[in-house]
Design a protein around this ligand. Structure first.
Ligand SMILES: Nc1ncnc2c1ncn2[C@@H]1O[C@H](COP(=O)(O)OP(=O)(O)O)[C@@H](O)[C@H]1O
Ligand SMILES: [Mg+2]
Length: 247
């Protein structure tokens, strides 16, 4: 499913966070977003799935269109749009009192109204996909960070999203656990999932991204193939950003 964000502006108070933000993602594409802390990366993802409203500009997601909030009572939350976009966060956000199976099957059972046994079957398949079929009855506290994050991915997939938004999903993981999560994402990519990921895993970006997008101060500053953006950047800010990352 394609995404097209045009001239997005978003302010918090009197601070301009997104300032004419343009980005397109084609169906089946993997796009990695990099940029300094505070540059608006998470805000953009939240605007995309309607967790936050935009002040101006427009967002197309498949055949849906998100417009700016027009009144105080406007609520950007749209269940349909949310369902099309799975979101995975840095800090997992699993339900601590539910088993792994419970975490994954909760939304299909409660939101999609799948009968419990079907939700359970779907969840077991997804847990297999992320390599955790033997942990279905464990609780989040019994899992490593890498395992928790793979549960979070399975949980997002359980709603059969058309695009997966990943916000720094390996940032809180020990280095040796990152690859288990990145490998799962690479597999999803090869299955044809559209992936929009904020990540500073440069090795992953080089290997798996179709495009890398550098954002700074609420704007896309550079957008191109990973070898171009990461190895031969035009923008001076991006150059110093990358040398600090590799640094
Ligand atoms: N709900 C909010 N209210 C006020 N300011 C916010 C809110 N969310 C984010 N910000 C501010 O917007 C800026 C961009 O934040 P964010 O999108 O989280 O950046 P990034 O993900 O690139 O680090 C930051 O300065 C942050 O403090
Ligand atoms: Mg962020």
């Amino acid at each position: 499913m394609h995404i097209k964000a045009k001239e997005i502006k978003k302010t918090f108070g009197n601070r301009m966070i997104l300032d004419g933000f343009n980005l397109e993602v084609a169906s089946g594409e993997t796009v990695v977003v990099i940029g300094p802390s505070g540059s608006g990366k998470s805000t953009f993802l939240r605007c995309l799935n309607g967790l936050q409203s935009i002040d101006s500009g427009s967002i197309e997601i498949g055949e849906h269109r998100l417009e700016p909030a027009t009144s105080e009572s406007f609520t950007p939350f749209s269940p349909k749009l949310r369902k099309m976009q799975g979101m995975v966060f840095q800090d997992f956000n699993l339900f601590p009192h539910m088993s792994v199976l419970g975490n994954v099957s909760e939304a299909p059972a409660m939101v999609d109204k799948l009968p419990r046994n079907e939700a359970r079957q779907l969840s077991l398949e997804l847990l297999k996909k992320v390599g955790l079929e033997n942990h279905a009855n464990h609780y989040p506290s019994q899992l490593s960070g890498g395992q928790k994050q793979r549960v979070a991915i399975a949980r997002a997939l359980a709603m059969k999203p058309k695009v997966l938004l990943c916000d720094e999903v390996t940032s809180s993981l020990d280095p040796e656990l990152k690859h288990e999560v990145l490998d799962v994402l690479e597999k999803l990519k090869s299955d044809g999932m559209t992936l929009l990921m904020v990540t500073h895993e440069i090795g992953f970006a080089k290997k798996a991204a179709d495009r890398v997008v550098f954002i700074a101060e609420g704007k896309v500053v550079e957008d191109g193939p990973p070898e171009k953006v990461l190895e031969n950047p035009e923008n001076q800010r991006l150059r110093s950003f990358i040398s600090r990352l590799l640094g």
